[in-house]
Design a binder for this molecule. Structure first.
Ligand code: NDP
Ligand code: ZN
Length: 363
């Protein structure tokens, strides 16, 4: 470890090791690489835990677009700050920090100024992996299945020293992606919220919506996780979207579904004025479509997409989660089990969130 700290402090590129796939059909293998030098506003984090998001599976298998390989996925990162640039004010060495789906943006456009950095209007949003870093000669970014990461301090959130880091990691994507639409739709006590897809994201949506006082219902393909849904505070779990079988009508439905499905079936279940927030992003080959006649004839309902959340809201989500002890359901693994975890996520065998213990993975 000392090796890369001294590289950071002497302004050199920073050695890193991680786990990468060489192409969309490959298995994960150890991979040595380097990260850009520590800038004056950058921090270097020793990664302790990295969550496995279904987006990692889509990306590693080039299900949305052709990926950049070798690819080190991972955008649910929690760890400890081990070096700071000369102008860093938010962190000091020894602090805990979290990094999600973004590592940079222009900072100057209207979206960035509103802390909606994921929608940078100058196209400078730099995703944590599988992205070209326009701030560093377009070199590829590498994610959290690795031992360290260097990031502009604005794109790291502050994590208190007593927080359970393995639970914090998934909040950086699964947490913010579900917290954000609940806030955007201004969910309040008594509202009816449906959550479609009950995995890593869906379970967080249920927990947040219950905490906000909503009446929450889960839609899943089968009732294998019914008990867990009820334990989290959901009123019921439906395996059907037939309006005759589903009695409730919803103020908000959040779809986290990562496969093909009929979007209009969920629109049918909204109240007048109800909203469908789409966060699940299935593979390009099976991307669901909505016909505009669905929207015209079901008028008065709103459909919107949501992409993670801005940095200000990510810190707010983390503080809210820690204050109310809203944590993801996690299964800790080591990196030799990533391929198996991916198989389980695509075959329906996974329950909620796999989190990689990075330190153990290298020992
Ligand atoms: P998970 O695999 O953990 O969870 C998905 C859940 O959806 C599983 O429980 C799965 O059930 C269920 N499911 C699959 N197909 C259907 C269906 N047709 N109807 C109902 N339920 C279904 O994935 P994540 O929660 O990590 O991610 C979900 C999606 O969200 C992914 O597409 C991911 O890329 C996307 N995402 C989007 C973000 C954004 O910013 N918009 C951020 C993060 C993720 P089963 O167990 O039966 O397979
Ligand atoms: Zn994610």
């Amino acid at each position: 470890m000392q090796n890369y700290i001294s590289e950071a402090l002497s302004g050199k590129r920073i050695s890193a090791k991680g786990f990468a796939v060489a192409d969309k059909n490959a298995k994960f293998k150890p991979y040595d690489f380097s990260r850009h030098a520590l800038g004056e506003k950058d921090i270097l984090i020793e990664i302790l835990f990295a969550g496995i998001c279904h987006s990692d599976v889509h990306s590693a298998k080039s299900e949305w677009h052709e990926g950049i390989y070798p690819m080190v996925p991972g955008h649910e990162i929690a760890g400890r700050v081990i070096a700071v640039g000369s102008q860093v004010s938010k962190f000091k060495v020894g602090d805990y920090a979290g990094v999600g789906c973004m590592v940079n943006s222009c900072g100057e456009c209207e979206a960035c100024k509103k802390s909606q950095e994921q929608f940078c209007m100058n196209g400078k949003t730099t995703f944590t992996y599988d992205c070209k870093d326009s701030f560093h000669n377009n070199e590829p970014t590498y994610g959290g299945y690795s031992n360290n990461i260097v990031v502009h301090e604005h794109f790291a959130v502050c994590v208190p020293s007593d927080a359970p880091l393995e639970k914090v990691a998934p909040l950086l994507c699964a947490g913010i992606t579900t917290y954000s639409p609940l806030k955007f739709s201004q969910i309040k006590a008594g509202d009816k919220v449906g959550v479609a897809g009950f995995g890593g994201l869906g379970s967080m949506a249920v927990k947040y919506a219950v905490k906000m006082g909503a009446e929450v219902y889960v839609f899943a393909r089968n009732d294998k996780k019914k008990e867990e849904a009820l334990k989290m505070g959901a009123k019921a779990l439906y395996t059907s979207t037939k309006p005759s079988e589903v009695k409730e009508r919803f103020d908000l439905i959040i779809s986290t579904i990562p496969t093909a499905y009929k979007v209009s079936e969920y629109i049918d279940l909204l109240k007048y004025g109800g909203e469908l927030a789409i966060v699940g992003l299935p593979p390009a080959e099976v991307m669901p479509q909505i016909s505009i006649d669905t929207l015209v004839f079901k008028a008065g309902k709103k459909v919107y997409g949501s992409l993670i959340g801005g940095m200000k809201e990510t810190q707010e989500m983390l503080d809210f989660s820690l204050q109310h002890k809203i944590y993801p359901e996690t299964e800790i693994i080591t990196a030799d089990k990533i391929d198996e975890a991916y198989d389980n996520l695509t075959s329906g065998k996974a329950k909620f969130r796999y989190v990689i213990d990075m330190k153990k993975s290298f020992s």
